[in-house]
Design a protein. Sequence first.
Length: 112
Amino acid sequence: MGTSILLHSGVTWPGSVPLLAVVTAGAVGTSLLLALAVTAFVRRQSRSYFLIAAAFAALLGRSIVVGLTLNGTLTPAGHHLLEHTFDVILVALVIAAVYYARTIATEAEFET
C-alpha cells in the first residue's frame, strides 16, 4: 500500500506565524463581509440576502476552525472534518441563494 501525505504536513501548527497572520487577516476580512451581508439582509429582508449572510457566516466558521486547531483545541482530523463540513454548507447556501434569486426573478417576469 502507498502512503499519503497530508497537504498541511509541512506546517508546524502552533508556531506558524505566517499561517496565523493569514488566518487572522482572513477572519477579519470575512467578519467585515459578514457584517455588510447582515446589514444588507436587515435592509432588504430577502431570503437571498439571508442565505448569502449565512454563507459568509460559514466562511467565518472555517477561520474559527483553523484558530481552534492552531491553539490545540482541535485535532487535525477534527479540523478537516469541520473544514469540509463548512465547505459543503457554504456551497449549498450560495447555490440556494442563486436558485432562489433566479426563481423569484422568473416569477416576477411572468407576473408582469
